[in-house]
Design a protein around this ligand. Structure first.
Ligand code: AMP
Ligand code: MG
Length: 391
């Protein structure tokens, strides 16, 4: 049995590169950039008015201005603006040479003479200067970035319409167990619905990899072997759920060895998730995840998700919040590191959710995150600051 930190290092050190592919910038959210994105222009590309109003030289603010023309967005100014003069200008339009401020329509009065008067008091110039946001040649998005929707407008602005991104790891899911039926079936006596496979597929997709479900292997060594062999040949990562405990029908470790998987560990000093197994095959990295849904969920979060990001060369880190415990929490035994699902209340306090153990499938519903309690530690005191990892 190894410490979780050692298991984590072992998994992360086994990561291999999945290569790259070129895709369109549209729909690229959730993918990972395999190269920097460089701007091909200054942003803004010209001195630009940030308001609708009148563009002039600040020195002339004391007197009324003759209006030369109207400058619409998308048009260049056609007339010079000299002393005592201004032009009407729209938001996003180019500022004529020599002008250094725009006063807003709201701060103006057009006189009978046709001239315009500034009626406000000067506070800012309302001009955004060429290149003040981005300069030609600037790196606007860095290699390793997990693309977010707000990145797309940056890509659009610098004309980056095709991107090199990391190829998404292919992750296969195999369930095991004679007691399982699929969710659309009605379980008979002593049967349950397969929940893990579908939960894991969503976790995989959410992480930006491609999940494939290969079905349920019955608790029979040969049947499990066949499905595991297929999974390994089709994927970069294989997730097998169940069959890793100490029961008479838990064949997964034997099957993995028979399939040529070198087992790196088969027990972690963590709760839930003790029987989590990991091994390497020349074609794929293989996890035997515990059958209990909470364990499978959390070990995916703790081990598989970081691995997927590492394989995509992504600089991902889990989002954690440092918050105080609402009440003292005491656990029964401290022989393993514990992952405890918790809620964050509106006042920013942390409370463990009601949790009956790793089979308590609905326990994660109210959970906002998990806290980790090191082995050897029984209590977390009221008011103690804990690190909540969002799930
Ligand atoms: P095992 O590791 O196969 O002994 O499974 C441990 C527990 O998890 C047992 O109660 C199983 O019935 C349950 N379990 C195993 N696989 C699944 C699954 N795919 N969906 C829901 N529960 C499962
Ligand atoms: Mg089983």
């Amino acid at each position: 049995m190894i410490e979780f930190s050692e298991a984590y290092e072992t998994v992360m050190n086994s990561a291999f590169d999945t290569g790259t592919e070129v895709i369109s910038f549209t729909g690229s959210t959730g993918r990972v950039l395999a190269g920097d994105i460089i701007s091909d222009m200054d942003l803004p590309p010209f001195n630009k008015s940030t308001v609708d109003g009148f563009v002039c030289h600040r020195d002339g603010l004391g007197s009324d201005f003759e209006i030369m023309e109207t400058i619409a967005a998308g048009r260049m100014p056609s007339l010079p603006v000299n002393k005592g003069q201004c032009s009407r200008i729209m938001t996003g339009a180019a500022v004529p040479e020599g002008c250094n401020m725009v006063f807003m329509v709201e701060d103006s009065e057009v006189l009978h003479s046709g001239k315009v008067r500034f009626t406000g008091s000067f506070s800012k110039d309302n001009i955004s200067v060429k290149g003040e946001d981005v300069r030609t040649g600037d790196t606007v998005l860095k290699q390793g970035r997990l693309i977010k929707p707000q990145d797309i407008s940056v890509m659009a602005s610098v004309g980056c319409t095709s991107l090199t991104v990391s190829r998404m790891p292919r992750v296969s899911v195999v369930s095991t167990g004679d007691e399982l039926v699929e969710p659309f079936e009605v379980p008979g006596q002593s049967q349950i619905r397969n929940s893990n496979a579908y939960q894991l597929l969503e976790q995989i997709t959410h992480t930006g990899a491609v999940g494939t479900y290969l079905g349920i292997a019955r608790d029979d060594e040969d049947a499990t072997y066949d499905l595991v062999k297929t999974a390994i040949s089709k994927s970069d990562i294989v997730l097998i759920t169940g069959g890793v405990s100490m029961g008479d029908f838990d064949f997964v470790p034997e099957v993995l060895e028979r399939a040529g998987v070198r087992i790196k560990f088969s027990k972690i000093k963590i709760q839930p998730g003790k029987p989590t197994t990991f091994g390497v095959h020349p074609d794929a990295l293989v996890f035997g995840l515990p059958g209990n849904p909470v364990s499978a969920f959390l070990q995916f979060e703790m081990l598989v998700k970081p691995l997927i990001y590492r394989m995509m060369n992504c600089s991902w880190k889990p989002l954690t919040l440092l918050l105080p415990m609402k009440d003292t929490y005491v656990r029964r035994s401290a022989d393993r590191q514990a992952l405890v699902p918790v809620m964050i209340s509106d006042d920013g306090m942390v409370t463990p959710v009601e949790y009956h153990g790793s089979a308590h499938i609905s326990a994660l519903i109210p959970a906002d995150g998990i806290i980790s309690i090191p082995s050897g530690q029984l209590r977390v005191e009221k008011g103690e600051i804990v690190s909540v990892r969002q799930i």
